[in-house]
Design a protein around this ligand. Structure first.
Ligand code: HEM
Length: 684
């Protein structure tokens, strides 16, 4: 007989724990609402006998579990979402009649999902990849989805090539590796044979593809869209999201190490920031221009492999988005959310960009299979807040109970049924179109190198070096010589020195293929706005300082660091050799956030090493911690008990402007140095 083991729980005859309900707790029930008496044991004939098929409680539970998974997204499978709101700065009626852009007092709820493209749902956050930046605005006129990326251009010009692009970057179908990586032959073979991808490749090989945080990432709508105002005037627009914290990236070696130490680095960062009330914020802007202006640009604004430099068309800020609420259930919200570029509201319309046009088809189609029913718009995260009203009926998992006899229109039997609204309903912009039916790419799309060159030449020196490093790493993982030499040939048209440096890194100098460009590239004026470091804000807000210390850490230094970080809206995390509670020199108990071997210095933006004694010098993990921080160009603060540790790491105290004595709690210089993000001069 079961024995009572305190209120609300007892041990069963096999020693298993039963948690039973108290007066204030709900009953555990089956899905039919029937109270369950025992959730630990299946119904059997005697304690050791066979199980009985009649056990509906066990069968229902296992059956539901067996069907818990749905297909992951065919791309962008790994992602993380949050709720928030958007508010315009003022009315943008001149540009658009979209209701959510009219009234600065009106907040529109949003749901955002950030993602990587290539990896499966369980892949590490810090893979080198494009990041998805998808925003669903629940406007008073229905849902508007801005489904963009953190890079303003794309690999291909026509959606018919998307399956090929994705097949080439996903694990090879015969061996199913590599996971979450473009560093393999099929990808580089495909892009080498698809020169329109050269501009995007420059971005993907740059630091943009290894962001520091979702909170520190730009977003772009990529395609040229239209905004339509009340008078029916159309303006072309390109959408930009700009993070308030500035745009920052990891270094490649950090990204690799973080993938092991914390594969959830980006989702944890977003979740923690929102939980602690440090709400991330982005400004939404557009570059607005007329069709006549676009004629003068020298590139085609309908080509998604081209951007419009901000120096040519500056940003018009529209409003701000704040993410202030984490999801309550990852599956119900983040996994089931369905973004779709064709979800537009009156005042926003499409252009003829052939990639966009193909996307308008693909998303609803894929979601029918991913979410399993045409009724997925009824799932709470997808449902418009202004409610959908039409005569679509039935289908798998119909959740509503549409009442009434009439499910058709026109009808004269139900005066209360929904009707068309010619005045305010969505009406497509009446663009004049003419021509014969053909499968043909516009000649204006044929310049594949000019903007790749623009991007490379707009980078700072460290950014250029990282592009060389990215290309060398990725091509170094390829086995096929023809893949190497072809890519070196393309790089020559972007920048000769770039091609030579990558060739040298591969040991293939002079082996670039001779490739004849479809159109000779030319030099555009460099665009400093494309460089994330050239425009980085002077701030450490939202960043993390790692304090590596030991039991007995000097309390004055510890408190001064907390104060300095707080004043700058940065955060301190404590790393110690063990995870148990420890004390400062004044006896205050602190609980380390991490233990040393579980938290490499790559997880932090700047570091302070301030132990109570020299004991860290005897720990290889501590030596690596410091070496890595130095190699990753971090600002490093230290106190007096670190001489042996620095000697072992082969780093001189005060070696450069980023290795600073903070003994006694002097953090002004460290904060000032950390605002430069990294000690770029240290990079070999
Ligand atoms: C400018 C180019 C593109 C951008 C910016 C883009 C962006 C995105 C983003 C952000 C997502 C993830 C949405 C989420 O978080 O749930 C996504 C998913 C997806 N994209 Fe794209 N994409 C582009 C091109 C394409 C093209 C050309 C196609 C196909 C023709 C395509 C098909 C898909 C599909 C099938 C999904 C999965 C949707 C789902 O299962 O919910 N994308 N895309």
């Amino acid at each position: 007989m079961a024995k009572q083991n305190g209120q609300g729980s007892y041990r069963g005859t096999g020693g298993e724990l039963h948690q039973t309900n108290t007066d204030s707790q709900a009953h555990l029930t089956t899905n039919q609402g029937v109270s369950v008496s025992d959730d630990q044991n299946t119904l059997t004939v005697g304690p050791s006998g066979p199980q009985l098929l009649e056990d509906h409680v066990m069968r229902e539970k296992i059956t539901h579990f067996d069907h818990e998974r749905i297909p992951e997204r065919v791309v962008h499978a790994r992602g993380y979402g949050a709720h928030g709101y958007f508010e315009p700065y003022k009315s943008h009626a001149k540009l658009t009649k979209a209701a959510f852009l009219q009234d600065p007092k009106e907040r529109t709820p949003v749901f955002v999902r950030f993602s990587t493209v290539a990896g499966s749902a369980g892949s590490p956050d810090t893979a080198r990849d494009v990041r998805g930046f998808a925003v669903k605005f629940y406007t008073s006129e229905g849902n508007y989805d801005l489904v963009g990326n953190n890079i303003p251009v794309f690999f291909i010009q026509d959606a018919i090539k998307f399956p090929d692009l994705i097949h080439s970057v996903k694990p090879a179908p015969d061996r199913d590796f590599p996971q979450a990586q473009s560093a393999h032959d099929t990808f580089w073979d495909f892009v080498g044979l698809t020169p329109e991808s050269m501009h995007m490749l420059m971005w993907v090989m740059s630091d943009r593809a290894i962001p520091r945080s979702f909170r520190m990432m730009e977003g772009f709508g990529i395609h040229t869209f239209r905004m339509i105002n009340k008078q029916g005037d159309s303006t072309f627009v390109k959408f930009h999201w700009r993070p308030k914290l500035g745009t920052y990236s990891l270094m490649w070696d950090e990204a690799v190490k973080i993938a092991g130490a914390d594969p959830d680095f980006h989702r944890r960062d977003l979740w923690n920031a929102i939980e602690s009330g440090d709400y991330p914020e982005w400004e939404l802007s557009v570059q607005a221009f007329t069709a006549e202006q676009a004629e003068e640009f020298g590139y085609d604004v309908l080509d998604p492999t081209k951007l419009v430099p901000e120096e040519e068309v500056p940003l018009t800020p529209l409003g701000r988005m704040v993410l202030d609420r984490n999801v309550e259930n990852f599956f119900a919200e983040t996994e089931q959310v369905a973004f779709c570029p064709s979800h537009v509201v009156p005042g926003i319309d499409f252009s003829n960009d052939p990639l966009l046009q193909g996307r308008l088809f693909s998303y609803l189609d894929t979601q029918l299979s991913r979410l399993g029913s045409p009724n997925f718009h009824q799932i709470p995260i997808n449902a418009p807040k202004n409610s959908a009203q039409n005569f679509q009926r039935d289908g798998h998992m119909q959740m509503g109970v549409p009442a009434g006899r009439v499910a058709n229109e026109p009808n004269s039997l139900d005066d209360g049924s929904p009707r068309e609204n010619p005045k305010e309903g969505f009406a497509s912009y009446q663009a004049e179109e003419a021509g014969s039916k053909q499968r043909i790419r516009p000649e204006s799309f044929a310049d594949h190198y000019t903007q790749a060159r623009l991007f490379y030449h707009s980078m700072t020196t460290p950014e250029q070096k990282h592009i060389v490093g990215g290309l060398a790493f990725e091509l170094g993982k390829c086995k096929e010589t023809k893949v190497h030499t072809r890519m070196l040939g393309h790089l020559r048209h972007i920048d000769k020195d770039l091609s030579i440096e990558v060739a040298e890194a591969l040991g293939m100098k002079g082996q670039a293929d001779k490739i004849k460009p479809a159109v000779e590239p030319f030099d555009m004026k460099p665009s400093p706005a494309l460089s994330q470091y050239a425009k980085a804000p002077d701030s450490i807000a939202g960043k993390k300082i790692g304090l590596l210390t030991t039991h007995g850490v000097e309390s004055k230094l510890y408190n001064a660091l907390l104060k300095a970080a707080k004043e700058e809206s940065a955060q301190v995390e404590v790393i110690a050799p063990t995870i148990g509670p420890m004390e400062t020199s004044s006896g205050k108990e602190i609980e380390p956030d991490h233990f040393l071997s579980g938290a490499p210095s790559a997880l932090f933006d700047a570091v302070v090493i301030a132990p109570a004694d020299e004991s860290l010098a005897a720990m290889p993990d501590a030596v690596n911690w410091l070496r890595d921080a130095y190699a990753h160009l971090k600002v490093i603060g230290y106190n007096g008990n670190t001489e042996q540790l620095f000697r072992k790491a082969g780093i001189e105290q005060g070696a450069d402007e980023g290795v600073l004595d903070v003994a006694g709690g002097q953090f002004d210089a460290l904060v000032a140095a950390a605002k430069k993000h990294r000690v770029w001069g240290r990079e070999p």
